[in-house]
Design a binder for this molecule. Structure first.
Ligand code: SAH
Ligand code: F3S
Length: 483
């Protein structure tokens, strides 16, 4: 097994495509929607909302086969150049489907749409609709507009492009999320105002806007009532949350966590992605006070060199990060820590890189993500001189990935004999007597148990390490249902 196949669900980075999975049975007479999702969990969340929206407004159901669909939507990512390139090659394939079926509707959303706007239709004129991450709630109207002008001659058609940032309006128009299983994502803020010098997010998703507190709490209470037991709070800079309360005051991220932990039924809390600068003492206290907080934190640092951090405009030093983690480990000694690293940032020397390698070893990270720096048009770092040959960057990446892989193997091995709190998610497909769940550190845990326990938490003693992401165990204690 390669390390790339290990993608902890709560920290999946912008690295792979997914197809939003159908939740309904399919039928030839029903209109079908296919969504390809590229990039981060914010995009996955958005894709599910698109499916909910078009399901409610026009009766579309999801299909996992693009050949079978009446609408194809691509929810795109522009975090690195490679991700962006995928868009036009993917659209090229869809063009052939449209040639066979001229009624097929093609829409492009997400961060590439936001960045490129009507350039998308210049390069791919068969695209019917372009919408951004903050305007996806207008999809039903866009679709109506499209249908209304299908018969019109080309020159009378208006271009359906809407990549504006209408504040947080989006959430007011989204239907209640549909629930499958015991885990759910809840987006609590949009955009990012940190402007790291390499990153496109502030330009593609806009500046930070937090959802009002009551909306977030109501959504989570609704999910808990429908059986959800684990919530992952989502935002590009999630711990920068500053949501307005009903009284017009501001609720911070740690305050939000405390309120969510009081909602009956919520047995586990995760969040992604946080920034070290806003990893406050108050947030660390939540790890001391709230048993629902998982012992797993994804806190991207990007580099182990102060010079590089400064050039990246991360606005903190390595020591600041180290101090925060030391404080956190004081209240949670079993904390699993993961991070993102950018390798080959302009000006990164052998010495800087050596500092990053040493830093990864010193901080004893669990699984982390690492990427070769990708120059993004319009970002400040794209103007920096960069004399490091590509091959040197690739070699550095290989070295860093080796260290990261070894540390996650070590972390899995260290689970042997330990007791893990596990959310029991399902009965094994292979054996009806075996249950499958996830530990705090996102490893899958299987053990012998009863199907009626699904949806509850259990203390499991780990008895065998199977793979990097799968361990076996034995039940020690079954918690009462938290609802
Ligand atoms: N807050 C975001 C983080 C940005 S994107 C989140 O929710 O995930 C995820 C990661 O992509 C970043 O942490 C960074 O390591 C990487 N990344 C961002 N821009 C990049 C670039 N220009 N080149 C290479 N990697 C990049
Ligand atoms: Fe990007 Fe930095 Fe924000 S990585 S998402 S600008 S915290």
């Amino acid at each position: 097994m390669t390390v790339q196949t290990f993608i902890p669900s709560a920290v999946k980075a912008a690295s792979e495509n997914t197809v939003t999975q159908p939740t309904h049975t399919t039928d030839v007479s029903i209109k079908k929607l296919y969504i390809e999702t590229q990039g981060c969990q914010m995009n996955e969340y958005d894709s599910h909302r698109m499916a909910d929206l078009l399901g409610d407004s026009h009766g579309y159901v999801l299909t996992d086969n693009p050949n079978d669909a009446d609408i194809l939507l691509m929810n795109t990512c522009s975090i690195r150049e490679k991700a962006q390139e995928k868009v036009f090659s993917g659209l090229g394939r869809w063009r052939k489907l449209k040639e066979q079926n001229p009624d097929l509707v093609i829409g492009v959303g997400g961060c590439v749409a936001s960045q490129e706007g009507d350039n998308i239709q210049k390069r791919a004129p068969y695209v019917d609709m372009v919408f951004g991450p903050q305007t996806l709630h207008r999809l039903p109207q866009m679709l109506d507009q499209h249908q209304a002008q299908v018969e019109k001659p080309k020159k009378e058609k208006i271009k359906l492009v809407d990549i504006s940032f209408p504040d947080i309006e989006k959430f007011d128009f989204l239907p209640e999320p549909r629930v499958e299983g015991f885990k759910a994502f809840v987006s609590i803020m949009e955009g990012c105002s940190k402007y790291c010098s390499f990153c496109v997010v502030p330009y593609t998703r806009g500046e930070e806007v937090s959802r009002p507190l009551d909306d977030v709490l109501a959504e989570i209470a609704g999910l808990a009532e429908k059986g959800v037991r684990e919530i992952s709070l989502l935002g590009q800079n999630v711990n920068g949350y500053r949501g307005e309360t009903f009284e017009g005051e501001i609720c911070t991220f740690p305050e939000l966590l405390r309120l969510v932990a009081e909602i009956p039924g919520i047995g586990r809390l995760r969040y992604t992605t946080s920034h070290p600068l806003e990893f406050s003492d108050d947030l660390i206290q939540c790890y001391r006070d709230l048993p629902q907080m998982v012992s797993h934190l994804h806190l991207p640092v990007q580099s182990g060199s102060n010079d590089v951090l400064q050039a990246m405009k991360r606005n903190h030093t390595i020591d600041v990060y180290i101090d925060k983690i030391a404080k956190l480990r004081k209240v949670r000694p079993d904390m699993h820590l993961s991070s993102d690293f950018i390798i080959g940032f302009p000006g990164e020397t052998d010495q800087h890189f050596a500092e990053t390698l040493q830093f990864i070893k010193d901080l004893d990270f669990d699984h982390s993500y690492s990427f070769v720096y990708s120059k993004r048009p319009g970002t400040p770092a794209s103007d920096l001189p960069d004399s490091t040959p590509e091959q040197v960057k690739k070699d550095r990446l290989a070295q860093v990935q080796q260290v990261i892989k070894q540390s996650s193997i070590d972390k899995t091995d260290a689970m042997l004999g330990k007791i893990e709190r596990v959310l029991i998610e399902k009965v094994s497909d292979k054996d009806p007597n075996v249950l499958v769940g996830t530990a705090d550190n996102t490893r899958l845990v299987t053990f012998i148990g009863d199907a009626t326990w699904v949806g509850r938490f259990a203390e499991i003693e780990i008895t065998e390490i199977k793979t990097l992401n799968l361990v076996y165990g034995e039940l020690l204690n079954l918690e009462p249902d938290v609802a």
